[in-house]
Design a protein around this ligand. Sequence first.
Ligand SMILES: [Zn+2]
Length: 64
Amino acid sequence: MQDSHIWYACDEHLEYVMDDMIEEFHTAPTLEPLQSPVEHSCKWCKEAAEYQLELEYGIHEQTE
Ligand SMILES: [Zn+2]
């Protein structure tokens, strides 16, 4: 069971990826610049990503 999601974006598509993430999870992710861009690719264009968008659950409590 995963309790966080991490998506990656290049500088150009940062807004697109963030909008997508908000639409899908209804929560704004935490934005962090990547230390090593070569390891990840942008969700939109598959080029080297420059940012990490991390979304952690905990704001909404899950009911069992
Ligand atoms: Zn991109």
